[in-house]
Write a protein that binds this ligand. Structure first.
Ligand code: IMP
Ligand code: MG
Length: 188
C-alpha cells in the first residue's frame, strides 16, 4: 500500500522536493534573474512540455519586463533514457537575433538535448544566451553544457511531477517525486 493519497500519485515512491521548497527556490531564481537582466530586453524560451510549469511560476517572480516563446524538441519517447536523437517539433514564433535569450528547462540529464538546442539558438545570433534549469542530474552528464541558473541538483533517479513526466503522466503533481523502479521498469 502506498502512503500517497491520490490516483495520480500511484507509482511514485517518495517525495524528493516538496511544493514549498520548489516555490522558495523559484522565488530566489526570479530575484536573481531580475537583478542580472535589469534594464535588458529578456526573452524566456521554454522547452515544451515539461518547462511550462516552472516557467509560469518563475516569470511571476521576475520583476523586469520579459516575453515568452516556446520550442518543442523530441528526445524521449516513453523510455527513461535519452536516445541522443533530437528533432525540432515546434520552432520559435519570433526571431531571436539581438535578444537576450534565457532557455528555461525542466531538467538536464545527459545534456544532449540542451547541447543541441544551444548550438541551434546560438547560430541565430542572440545578444546573449543562458540557461535556467529547475533540476540537474550532474552524475548523468554525457556532454558539457554551461548552465548559469540551477534550481536543484538531484541524484541519479528518475523523477516526475511539477511538469516532469513519465510517458506523459504525472506532470500535474505539485511536488517532484521519485518514480518507483517497478513503474519505470514496466515501460522501458
Ligand atoms: P537529456 O537530453 O538527457 O539532458 O534529457 C533532457 C530531457 O529528458 C528533459 O527535458 C526531460 O524531458 C527528460 N528527462 C530527463 N531526466 C528525466 C527525469 O528524471 N524525469 C523526467 N524526464 C526526464
Ligand atoms: Mg522535456
Amino acid at each position: 500500500m502506498s502512503a500517497f493519497q491520490t490516483e495520480v500519485e500511484q507509482g511514485v515512491s517518495e517525495v524528493l522536493i516538496e511544493e514549498d521548497a520548489l516555490h522558495d527556490r523559484i522565488a530566489e531564481l526570479g530575484a536573481e534573474l531580475s537583478v542580472d537582466y535589469a534594464g535588458q530586453d529578456l526573452l524566456l524560451v521554454g522547452v515544451l512540455k515539461g518547462a511550462v510549469f516552472f516557467m509560469a511560476d518563475l516569470m511571476r517572480h521576475i520583476t523586469v519586463p520579459c516575453e515568452v516563446d516556446f520550442m518543442a524538441i523530441s528526445s524521449y519517447g516513453a523510455s527513461t533514457d535519452s536516445s541522443g536523437v533530437v528533432r525540432i517539433l515546434k520552432d520559435l514564433d519570433e526571431t531571436i537575433e539581438g535578444r537576450n535569450v534565457l532557455v528555461v528547462e525542466d531538467i538536464i540529464d545527459s545534456g544532449l538535448t540542451l547541447s543541441y538546442l544551444m548550438r541551434t539558438l546560438g547560430a541565430r545570433n542572440p545578444a546573449s544566451l543562458e540557461v535556467c534549469a529547475l533540476l540537474t542530474k550532474p552524475e548523468r552528464r554525457e556532454i558539457e553544457v554551461p548552465v548559469r541558473y540551477i534550481g536543484f541538483e538531484i541524484p541519479n533517479r528518475f523523477v516526475v511531477g511539477y511538469g516532469l513526466d513519465f510517458a506523459e503522466r504525472y506532470r500535474n503533481l505539485r511536488y517532484v517525486g521519485v518514480l518507483a523502479d517497478e513503474t519505470a521498469g514496466l515501460h522501458t
